[in-house]
Design a protein around this ligand. Sequence first.
Ligand code: UDP
Length: 325
Amino acid sequence: MAVRGEHVVVIGGAGFVGSHVCERLLHSGHRVTCVDSLLTGSADNVAALRGSDRFDVVCCDITLPPEKWPPFDPPSDVLHLASPASPKDYQRLPLATLRVGARGTEHALELATRHGARLVLSSTSEVYGDPVEHPQRETYWGNVNPIGPRSVYDEAKRYAEALVMAYHREYGTDVAIARVFNTYGPRMRADDGRMIPNFITQALRGRPLTVAGTGEQTRSVCYVDDTVSGLLALWRSDLTGPVNLGNPHEMTVRHVAEQIRDLTGTTSAVTTVPGAVDDPQRRCPDITLARTALGWQPEVPPREGLHRTVAWFATRAGSPLTPRT
Ligand code: UDP
């Protein structure tokens, strides 16, 4: 059996969170293979890592049967972060989203089981749907509309969690489930439709910031470096989970927009657009389990993380605006 950490296969490694995971693993000396279909990920996200002789990129759609995959070396560990993750992406790619959560997860589990690898599933706070329990603990079963526009993502992840637990129970596969709450930071796509890239690009272009609905709905946003630390702490542990990973600092969407407007120094207005269907009204993780069992908690305050993210977008956009500290 392979030694843990010897060869980590990161499925979805060219995505926003996945590319940060690949980078951190390489920095800690691991050998890493990034497996990605590039459906919503981008080769640019891992371009800087390609100089390392411990890093490979394999363009591979894990929803296809494994005999159709390009070859890569057996993994000691499988980190499964592949999925469209923004509501705009998964609503334009409903079947691909269901397939990667279902078939993709099963193929990832087969791969891990065959090689005695530990598999970490990156699940989501969306398994809680529009929650009626606050903050959300891992014991909460959720409130998901199974046929609504968000269901392709929510139910795919719920099914993926069920699959992971079934492989664990039936084959003894070494598994872990992370429930990742809203994460933001450098390498989010400007056009991915989520509030933070939307508000930042709108502000940098001097356009109105589009707050959906009342703007009183809440999110708890976690800087990507913190999310990656949490995922890797879970991977290094013996925990199965599920474990919530998120920043419990709960903010209204309007407040996020106002902070970003402030940080960019734009004169843009904050405007209101129609709210999204089935939009969760409150979201806030209870991270007691991650704190006690993993010794993990977020370190980057939202204002600092937003500042870093605005600075990253400003450099790429060639914006004349200078982020405020
Ligand atoms: N939202 C918004 N303006 C935008 C994009 C999103 O007000 O331009 C809202 C969205 O309706 C939701 C919240 O921001 O209430 C977070 O949405 P996002 O797409 O970032 O992630 P979600 O947590 O819904 O998956």
